[in-house]
Design a protein around this ligand. Structure first.
Ligand SMILES: Nc1ncnc2c1ncn2[C@@H]1O[C@H](COP(=O)(O)OP(=O)(O)OP(=O)(O)O)[C@@H](O)[C@H]1O
Length: 567
């Protein structure tokens, strides 16, 4: 009798899980040896079966009288519990058979319970061997079961991972498609933009050349404009006189009329007591209704001249209380010529920037009191006397504070400081009378960044101290000294203008600090505008006539063609 070797048995078990669905139900569910046949079942030798599909040989166990143990199928699902049960049943059956054989053999011997027969011993050894093999196989099956569980678990985990990877690949594919499309769109857009840039570059080059042509034309027309402007100014006269009539302060009758915008008629009484009308002609005459703006419109062209590189000077002359300070400085709500001029300069500079002009503006503000020059741009401390020096033909004040300004508001602030510092003394004639000449100076240095042309212009605005006839003022002591100095300097101013008008070889600038300081802007190189301010009050008639005579003298003065300071 030959039993299957345990290794052979294990060989079948160690194969991949068999597919029991392909095993006939009989072998999967029927307990093999539960219904014994009449003949005793025996474990018989191995049978070899060749599978037609792949010619592989399979070995199966078979018990006599029992159903054959199913052939192992590599493709089949592996059900170890079924196999264990099957093997158990085989072993059990074999054991029973051995026991039965032993009993039969014992009976053969004749009822003697003797077992010492060699066949019996061999069977016993066989039994023990089979039993130990069974045990061993059971353990191997257990291990295989565990390994199977682990493989199943790993398989499940790999399946999950595979699913995740599949989804990731799907998503990535979707994203990649989307990005591919976006990339195509972006490349199209870039192409479009490149084409636009190219076309814009072409346009730009064209416009650039057009711009250069226009700039050339502009520079040319700017030069033309300056030339024409200057010709107009020269035709108008480099020294012009405007007369402004102050509204009456007292209700005593008006002694002055303005006609034709350029003539002033004074109603007076002559020495013989007869009424007479004295007429004075000027470049412009403004009646008492004229506003600050009306007047500024007429002088604003001088601002352009100063930016064009000319020295310009505007001064206000007139008796005390005639409205000089009102005209030059004005009030907060009715700004005068100085603040209006400053604002105009800054707006014009802004416009000139588009033509490549850049300006540096320095401001000085001084007063002349008792023929001494004092700085008005001092903060708190007492102003010391300033000395006039010469830089070639140019008059300079090296000790004066020079403030560079960048906007009109800064100048407004400086004017406020100067107004506070200005010496104001009460006199019999006017409790608010200014007893000094105030002189506001702006140096305008322009440079054109395109043509590198440079211009050095200047604007001087002078509020002269009130002219007074000594017998009228009744001044004594310090006030008398002030009045004398004022009148002396005003007289010197008249003399200088007359000397210039007469083309005298000597111009007496140095007769007073006023004329000496105004030298830069009183002469052939400059454009001068004088306001003669007069009172319309009847009681001021004599002073009015005196002022108008002085102004007429200036008005007839023809100063030579102004020179522009350019490099
Ligand atoms: N055109 C005007 N319209 C209205 N008020 C004016 C006008 N001119 C002058 N005034 C007023 O007359 C007064 C005297 O004017 P202002 O102080 O300007 O004279 P002034 O000539 O500067 O005197 P002084 O020589 O003493 O300095 C001020 O109250 C001023 O407001």
């Amino acid at each position: 009798m030959s039993l299957p070797h345990s290794d052979d048995l294990y060989k079948h078990i160690a194969q991949p899980p068999p597919d029991f669905s392909k095993v006939p139900p009989l072998f999967r569910s029927t307990p093999l040896m539960r219904h014994h046949n009449a003949s005793k079942p025996r474990l018989i030798k191995e049978t070899t079966v060749t599978k037609p599909q792949n010619n592989t040989k399979h070995t199966s166990l078979k018990l006599s009288g029992s159903k054959p143990i199913p052939t192992f199928n590599k493709q089949a699902t592996f059900d170890t519990s079924e196999l264990t049960k099957l093997l158990g049943e085989i072993m059990e059956e074999k054991l029973q058979q051995l026991k039965k054989d032993e009993i039969e053999r014992t009976e053969v011997i004749g009822g003697n319970q003797v077992l010492a027969n060699p066949v019996q011993n061999e069977l016993k050894r066989e039994l023990e061997k089979v039993e130990s093999e069974l045990k061993l196989n059971n353990e191997k099956i257990k291990n295989i079961e565990m390994e199977k569980q682990s493989i199943l678990f790993e398989n499940e985990s790999l399946k999950n991972q595979l699913n995740v990877l599949k989804r990731t690949v799907e998503t990535t594919n979707g994203n990649w498609e989307m990005e591919k499309q976006m990339n195509v769109n972006a490349q199209n857009k870039i192409q479009e933009l490149l084409e636009t840039i190219q076309s814009l570059n072409k346009q730009n080059n064209f416009l650039q050349s057009e711009l250069e042509k226009i700039e050339d034309k502009l520079i040319h027309s700017e030069k033309e404009r300056r030339k024409l402007h200057n010709e107009v100014m020269e035709l108008k006269g480099n020294v012009r006189v405007f007369c402004r009539v102050r509204p009456p302060l007292k209700n005593e009758g008006i002694s002055v009329d303005v006609t034709d915008n350029n003539a002033v008629i004074v109603n007076s009484i002559n020495f013989s007591g007869k009424k007479e009308k004295i007429k004075f002609g000027f470049d412009r005459a403004f009646d008492s209704d004229s506003t600050q703006q009306d007047i500024f419109e007429e002088i604003s062209q001088l601002v352009q001249s100063s930016l064009d590189g000319y020295q310009t000077c505007i001064f206000a002359y007139g008796q005390t209380g005639s409205g000089k300070t009102y005209t030059m400085e004005g009030t907060n709500d009715k700004p005068g010529m100085i603040p209006l001029t400053v604002h105009k300069i800054f707006t014009t500079i802004e416009e000139l920037k588009t033509l490549g002009w850049q300006f540096k503006i320095n401001v000085k503000y001084v007063e002349i009191y008792n023929n001494n020059i004092f700085d008005l741009l001092v903060n708190g401390e007492e102003s010391k006397k300033l000395q006039i020096k010469y830089n070639g033909p140019l008059v300079i004040l090296p000790e004066a504070n020079v403030i560079e300004v960048f906007e009109a508001e800064e100048v407004d602030h400086l004017i406020n400081i100067a107004t506070r510092n200005r010496a104001v003394a009460a006199t019999k004639c006017n409790a608010q009378s200014s007893r000094s000449h105030s002189i506001f100076m702006m140096d305008l240095c322009g440079r054109n960044i395109g043509s590198n042309e440079q211009r050095f212009g200047g604007l001087t605005l002078v509020d002269l101290a009130g002219s007074e006839r000594l017998d009228e003022s009744g001044a004594k002591g310090e006030r008398l000294e002030e009045t004398k100095n004022i009148n002396k300097s005003l007289s010197a101013l008249g003399d200088v203008i007359v000397a210039i008008a007469n083309k005298d070889s000597h111009i007496p600038y140095r007769n007073s600090k006023l004329t000496e300081l105004l030298q830069n802007c009183l002469g052939s190189d400059s454009k001068t505008l004088m306001f003669v301010n007069i009172s319309s009050d009847q009681q001021d008639t004599l002073e009015t006539i005196s002022s108008l005579r002085f102004a007429t003298k200036v008005n007839t003065c023809v100063i030579g063609t102004a020179k522009r300071h350019v490099q």
